[in-house]
Design a protein around this ligand. Sequence first.
Ligand SMILES: Cc1cc2nc3c(=O)[nH]c(=O)nc-3n(C[C@H](O)[C@H](O)[C@H](O)COP(=O)(O)OP(=O)(O)OC[C@H]3O[C@@H](n4cnc5c(N)ncnc54)[C@H](O)[C@@H]3O)c2cc1C
Ligand SMILES: *[C@@H]1O[C@H](CO)[C@@H](O)[C@H](O)[C@H]1NC(C)=O
Ligand SMILES: *[C@@H]1O[C@H](CO)[C@@H](O)[C@H](O)[C@H]1NC(C)=O
Ligand SMILES: *[C@@H]1O[C@H](CO)[C@@H](O)[C@H](O)[C@H]1NC(C)=O
Ligand SMILES: *[C@@H]1O[C@H](CO)[C@@H](O)[C@H](O)[C@H]1NC(C)=O
Ligand SMILES: *[C@@H]1O[C@H](CO)[C@@H](O)[C@H](O)[C@H]1NC(C)=O
Ligand SMILES: *[C@@H]1O[C@H](CO)[C@@H](O)[C@H](O)[C@H]1NC(C)=O
Ligand SMILES: *[C@@H]1O[C@H](CO)[C@@H](O)[C@H](O)[C@H]1NC(C)=O
Length: 500
Amino acid sequence: MMLPRAVAVILAPVVLAASDSLRSELTIPGVTSYFPGEPGYANASRPFNLRFKLTPDAVVYPSTVKELSEVVKVGFENNLRVTARSGGHSYIANALEGQIVIDVSNFKNISVDPVAKTAVIGSGNRLGDIALALNDYGLAMPHGTCPYVGIGGHSSYGGFGFDSRMWGLTLDNVLAIDLVLANGTVATASETQNPDLFWAMRGAGPSFAITTAIKFKLYTPPQTVIIFSYNWQLTASGAADALGKFQAFVEESNLPAVFGSEIVLTRGNVEGNVTFALSGAWQGNPNLLNGTVKPYLDAMPPLHAESFFTGNWIESLENLGGGSLNTSAAPDDTDTFYAKSLMSPALETASREAFFNVVATEGFTTNISWFFQIELYGGPNSAINAVPLDATAFAHRSSLFTTQFYASSTVPPYPKSGFTFLDNVVNSITTHAPPDWEYGAYTNYMEDKLPNCKLSTGLQTLVIKFPSSRTTILRIALLAFAGAQEAIRPARDIRLSGWN
Ligand SMILES: Cc1cc2nc3c(=O)[nH]c(=O)nc-3n(C[C@H](O)[C@H](O)[C@H](O)COP(=O)(O)OP(=O)(O)OC[C@H]3O[C@@H](n4cnc5c(N)ncnc54)[C@H](O)[C@@H]3O)c2cc1C
Ligand SMILES: *[C@@H]1O[C@H](CO)[C@@H](O)[C@H](O)[C@H]1NC(C)=O
Ligand SMILES: *[C@@H]1O[C@H](CO)[C@@H](O)[C@H](O)[C@H]1NC(C)=O
Ligand SMILES: *[C@@H]1O[C@H](CO)[C@@H](O)[C@H](O)[C@H]1NC(C)=O
Ligand SMILES: *[C@@H]1O[C@H](CO)[C@@H](O)[C@H](O)[C@H]1NC(C)=O
Ligand SMILES: *[C@@H]1O[C@H](CO)[C@@H](O)[C@H](O)[C@H]1NC(C)=O
Ligand SMILES: *[C@@H]1O[C@H](CO)[C@@H](O)[C@H](O)[C@H]1NC(C)=O
Ligand SMILES: *[C@@H]1O[C@H](CO)[C@@H](O)[C@H](O)[C@H]1NC(C)=O
């Protein structure tokens, strides 16, 4: 959908200087705030991705919904851009783009209803702590593998784990959201309360409201999980063939939903080769994994290595998370990186060959460290694909793969060669794809170089100033994820019947 230029102009943030009056307005009993130059400010404004350095006018830590609403009102009345931060793991540090940053880490309540199999989770919780709390009740929900990722961003923009083919994305399991609108109004969104807002929150949430608590649907997890990895050393053309065979395996089998997987690509042993792995989690009867993957292994060259970890549910999450799930036990990490993503159908031969040629040559000579993950969203029995495209504001869920391209220098400065390498890699795929190949980007792997990306940042007061019609909300939602989704190419699958 094309938007009138005027709308985009209205959405541009108004930049005002930090002032003493802001400091005094944010002096709210019980609320901790950090301002530039103060002790604690550097820590409070440090992003996960050190490629970015942002200097918000204030980083504020409310503890109650009322306090959070008061802080939002200060922003609203002064026409300042307000953003929320949950786990702070945004790829582009956009939680820190606000002039007022509201850190929700004090919103840590988790209450589980084991009979209804639901949980109300404070938006300041991180995935590892959530998994531990639910596991106390023998319950679980789908989400990504990194324990330190916050539920605030994760559930707004997607949320993929190896359990997502069984249970959907994290946002597919949101039942209701307690939130604060851009004018400070406290509200709830669900299928029955503010349903348009509920639609927009699931896919474009950060542009509409700050979530304080989210009610999720829960599941009884499998008792035993096998984390598997099958590894090969392949030439570029061998790898192009191996990905083609994987696509055929997925399309031709009746792959059960309990098979969660991705193809992981890393630097090859020699120039011209690629390290190629099929990794994932088997969440079904442990005796049935070997038979399930056999058709693929039979079609492939001999394995270079394989590894298996078998454990109960929570042990499998610890294994995938690389250690403890308790994020209070050890401090969070940082990285310095550039990442891109593609949500797409299968890659045709020309794309696969061009892609693996770059991966096996530039991917070997570059001094940046990188990995690519071709995550299986679709295939038979996928709960992600089963949700109708227009059910939420999250686009491209009908895709077969979401591929993440990640290149890190660990610490700043980030070299120009890192950008060039990743751009070349992704271009090798898209420029060799057929003209009707539908692709977009994944909002949880937000990319700053996409045009309009910044439109997804900050609460849009427009929602309140304009009549809150479905059309307006749809427009804002489209704009909100324009950066990550439409900018690459119009997301044609976002059309909604009857909606303008
Ligand atoms: C190491 C690592 C591993 C990852 N693994 C996975 C994975 O396995 N699967 C996957 O799907 N993704 C994964 N991701 C991506 C991750 O899902 C996103 O980066 C996610 O948006 C981070 O959420 P956050 O709350 O930690 O981020 P933040 O930086 O706090 O927030 C991200 C965005 O959400 C907004 N936001 C935060 N809290 C709120 C709130 N309460 N209300 C409204 N808006 C809010 C922010 O303003 C910002 O726009 C990973 C990221 C990292 C860094
Ligand atoms: C630094 O900031 C992070 C994120 O807000 C917080 O969790 C941590 O407690 C802070 N550390 C210190 C020493 O203040
Ligand atoms: C968290 O739970 C406690 C105890 O039930 C309650 O007093 C408090 O208000 C809750 N906090 C939030 C932010 O909901
Ligand atoms: C490169 O890959 C080819 C094809 O699999 C393999 O024969 C060769 O041994 C690999 N080279 C190294 C150094 O592993
Ligand atoms: C499955 O195959 C692996 C080797 O690939 C083997 O170690 C394991 O014992 C097999 N499991 C079953 C249940 O046969
Ligand atoms: C997490 O670690 C902290 C600090 O070590 C500890 O106090 C807390 O009890 C742990 N929580 C869980 C759920 O194990
Ligand atoms: C990495 O390579 C780039 C050019 O490709 C070069 O500018 C840079 O200095 C190299 N960095 C290191 C640490 O070798
Ligand atoms: C805040 O915005 C909501 C949604 O548009 C509106 O219903 C409400 O009246 C506004 N509140 C105030 C105080 O302006």
